[in-house]
Design a protein around this ligand. Sequence first.
Ligand code: ADP
Ligand code: MG
Ligand code: MG
Length: 907
Amino acid sequence: MTDAKFVYSFGGGTADGKSEMKNLLGGKGANLAEMASLGIPVPAGFTLTTEVCTYYYDHDHTYPTTIDAEVDAAMAKVEEVMGTSFGDPNDPLLVSVRSGARSSMPGMMETVLNVGLCSATIPGLIAKTGNPRFVYDAYRRLIMMYSDVVMEKAAGVEPVEGQGIRQQLDRMLDDVKETNGYASDADISAEHLEDLANRFKAKVKEVLGKDFPDDPREQLWGGIGAVFSSWNGKRAISYRRIEAIPDDWGTAVNVQAMVFGNMGDDSATGVAFTRNPATGENLFYGEWLVNAQGEDVVAGTRTPNPLNEDTKNEQNEHLQSLQIAMPEVYEQLFGIRNQLEDHYADMQDIEFTIQDGRLWMLQTRVGKRTGTAALNMAMDMLSEGRIDKPTAILRVKPEQLDEMLHPIVDPAAEEAGELVAKGLPAGPGGARGQIVFSADDAVAWTKAGKTVLLVREETNPEDVEGMRAAVGILTGRGGMTSHAALVARGWGKCCIVGAGALEIDVLAKKIEVDGKVYTEGDVLTLNGTRGLVYAGELDMIDATENPRFVEFMALADDIRVLDVRTNADTPDDARTAIEFGAEGIGLFRTEHMFYGTGSEEPLFLLRKMIMSGSVSERRAALDELFPFVKRDMKATMEVMGERPVTIRLLDPPLHEFVPQSADERAKLASALDIDGSELDRRAEELHEMNPMMGHRGVRLGVTFPEISEMQIRAILEAAIELRQEGKMCFPEIMVPVTGMKAELDDQLEIAKTVHAEVCSKYGVDEVEHLYGTMIEIPRAALTADEIAESVQFFSFGTNDLTQMTFGFSRDDIGGFLSDYLDKKILPVDPFQVLDRNSVGVLVKTGIERGRSTRPNLKVGICGEHGGEPNSVEFCHLVGMNYVSCSPYRVPIARLAAAQAQINHPRS
Ligand code: ADP
Ligand code: MG
Ligand code: MG
């Protein structure tokens, strides 16, 4: 018992629904209703709501009891508007049965056209139209779609590969064309089509064991049921998973009077975008085919014609445009295009059909677009006065900016490309090159003028030079915050990690996957934005400089309240980040200077310090190291000028720096004046069972105060010298891996002493700086009120905090993450998107407790999440002062911060 309304009518200038009712009517149904109300010519029809779909699945594939009556009444309205009747032998109304979910799922669900054609109605339609060719063309299409969608897919028949009913019928159609020399579907004669339809029916019976239904009502309900069950078809389910569309939304079904683009040379069908979806250019852009129906335009059976003269391209310039072929209809269509843009204030993707010179609109929806197009359209529509600034800012997805900052793989080439494997999208953009399997080879091959991709099982700090040299990086293991991912993203370098299907053998220099082998020198192409690996060399598109980009980002900056800093360890990275709009450095990692180019000498001195046997030895080594550390910090601070620079004290466990090669060990032993076995013993002592939770971060500073002392001295002296040279700088000293206030007090004593010494050395009263800590251990977040008494700022290290909260190792999660995602145990990788329910609670608690004892506590984030839009929104919501992310993500974070402010204003 229910009095809910399950069926909504549209057509004849009015409609029960409107575009806001997408949840109930689906996108297609809601917009058909809206167009009908706007007075745009839309064939009359009705929509069975998504609630019917929900009911259908909740009630064992049955319908609400009132549905028959509602459908009959709605059909009667359609008949009245169209002047024909469904199933009438003399003047039959034909309908389409179309799916339509809330958000569009292109090509995922099913549509059946020409429903209502049967032995009783065929003669009447022939008599009425005088066009048997058209009628049999419509009939053979009905049989093809219906047998495929209703009798095979919806019935759960799983044909052998290549033996689906649709494919079998397609082959029969091709035979007819071949035997009779027909160039295209449109040339087939009425007789051949009639014969084909009869043979189709026999084939359907033979293959599926059932008669093709000859009753209009049976066809109609068969079609409706098939659309509902297509919601749970394999393709639709996997599409929903990729697009994160909930399974319980359901689809609506639209039943709509047919209009025919296949009635002859005054008839046509087409699709169009109100503006160019690839570039955003304000030109009406589309394709059409004369004497065709439905999907013909996109099916690729004939090369479609261009819509107008302005948008012809190489493929279609020899074909007649609609503008020339049917100028009046084109003018009307152009008028509707303008009307729709005025009404929706956004680019629309439309479908239309022309029947005997009369135009009908069949669909409109907000069109999908590239990042470049999204940005250009937003700025154009802003200057056209169609939208306001906040709307313009919301029109571009932050991730879409990526496209504008990196060269990308040509999407057309990707479609045709041979997919080798999937991994995690760790570094953006595209890259292609010859594969090599060691960092040294990457460097050597690059020096020799080759373009290479570095392939490793996983990377470690010793691979950094090779990673720099390679145009892209591919690993078999590791997650989104593994070494390779962090490094690549920091550089904005294309990188795919955790491509688990690849069996990488670096010694044999080969990859095996699916029985195929790729060896050193073979070419692969990576799409780092999507994590896809392709065989061979795919075309790339260059990310061109776009002046609109700067203008757009300035708008975003006006709106946002979150500051955006960068994670950078070198003057070069700092410069790049400033170009991308960074307002400071949120994370400068001291240890960076011990990796990569020019690191040889400081690394050697660091190792000497680590392997020292006594405090005095260690001090001597630190004194030697000091000038390098100071020089490095000074150079980066100089680039940043008046922008603050947060410098984190040494973080990794010391054993990471212990040399592995015999050669280097010998050199080190002699410098320390000890023998090899003593060195080995000292190295052994540094070994830890669980270094990530071992002797690292502040714990090193507690055990070896002289290490902290040296670093703090380097920071403060560098700062004074810059000031004395007349330059601005604002260093912030940051202590990592803190769990207790007492640790900070211990280090603060050192900082105070060093500060006093440095001031007297340079003859100044004070060196302006802040003292703060990372919050990356749950205990620190929970005792943030105590901790805040000792520091002026917090920076949430959400990589470690996520690791500690979930108990997932950052470096090993790649091995099982995909199982967790596939089984929906995790909705997303928590190292990519901050988990608001756990890590987020710790962050929020940490901020609240911290500010309870220090109200003006400055708070930021420096984990990888700082450049991920959803996480940036979270940082905005919990009242952080800034986010910090790798240089190439700075624009993404700026936009995400602006959108967060628009959606959740904060003063
Ligand atoms: P999709 O969502 O996959 O685009 P549609 O429901 O839009 O599926 O329909 C598929 C094709 O059939 C489209 O080209 C559409 O324009 C056409 N079509 C649908 N209904 C009708 C109709 N009533 N008259 C003429 N063509 C139609
Ligand atoms: Mg469509
Ligand atoms: Mg950390």
